[in-house]
Design a protein around this ligand. Structure first.
Ligand code: DGL
Length: 273
């Protein structure tokens, strides 16, 4: 069992922010990544559609024999938490670990949350932050177009379109004087530099992909499921749309080529019980 892979899924490229960190902290683990690139974005869809998609994604990973499933997606984590009760393997989303990190990081008690519409409307991060400390102020902002930027590989912090959208979405949060910002969608850390350039270095950015990877590593330890093999683990990537565009942006973000490790799959053939 310990040699089985860790399954990570997202609507597209965003979950790579968790995969990258997981590879760093647990280099011996095998990873199976699924990006539902044919159906991205999830964040502007209804709750029931997101739950249907999330179940298909998780059952695809189960078909690969994974030992743990990470929904490296703020949207799925915010609306499909019940997956925990139905899956035969441990499962985690991103909200719990990310909110905890933000609560520890804030000095002035003013925390910003950015995510998709579905995430912000669910109030999931806010609820989790308030559960830790109800005196904290939480300011939320949906930034759906950040997802399109990332999926299209428009991620250069000096790109005018990136700068314009960052300023447009984040100016209300800047005015609130936040000192901590949750990047509540796993796509957003990919444009973290542009976000930091706009908000200034005094605002701490909390990367949901990174925090979740660290949390998942602890989860594996506590379930005594760590891979004890000494060789470096392998990574396989699956996408529901074209392989080429995923390979290009994944390479920029991961800093290494994923060519040959990415396959296309047809989700309609996945059995969901
Ligand atoms: N990366 C996702 C999230 O964390 C989903 C973005 C989307 O598909 O809209 O919310």
């Amino acid at each position: 069992m310990s040699e089985n892979a860790i399954g990570i899924f997202d609507s597209g490229l965003g979950g790579l922010t968790a995969a990258k960190e997981l590879i760093r902290v647990l280099p011996n683990e095998n990873i199976v990544y699924f990006g539902d690139t044919a159906r991205v974005p999830y964040g502007s869809r209804s709750r029931s559609t997101i739950i249907t998609y999330a179940r298909q994604d998780a059952y695809f990973l189960l078909s690969k024999g994974v030992k743990l499933i990470i929904a490296a997606c703020g949207t799925v984590s915010s609306v499909a938490g019940t997956l925990t009760n139905e899956l035969p393997v441990p499962f985690t989303g991103v909200v719990v670990p990310t909110a905890a990190a933000a609560v520890s990081a804030t000095g002035n008690g003013r925390i910003g949350v950015i995510g998709t519409y579905a995430t912000v409307n669910s109030g999931s991060y806010k609820e989790e932050i308030i559960r830790h400390n109800n005196r904290l102020e939480v300011y939320q902002q949906a930034c759906p177009m950040f997802v399109s930027l990332v999926e299209n590989g428009i991620i250069d912090p000096n790109d005018d379109i990136v700068k314009l959208l960052v300023a447009r979405y984040l100016s209300p949060l800047k005015e609130q004087g936040i000192d901590t910002l949750i990047l509540g969608c796993t796509h957003f850390p990919i444009i973290a530099q542009a976000i930091s350039d706009y908000l200034g270095s005094e605002v701490t950015l909390i990367d949901s992909g990174r925090e979740t990877a660290l949390y998942a590593a602890e989860l594996l330890k506590s379930h005594k499921m760590l891979n004890t093999a000494s060789a470096p683990g392998s990574c396989r990537y699956y996408v529901s749309d074209t392989v080429d565009s995923f390979e290009k942006t994944a390479e920029i973000f991961l800093g290494k080529s994923v060519a040959g490790a990415v396959s296309h799959i047809n989700l309609e053939k996945v059995a969901v019980h």
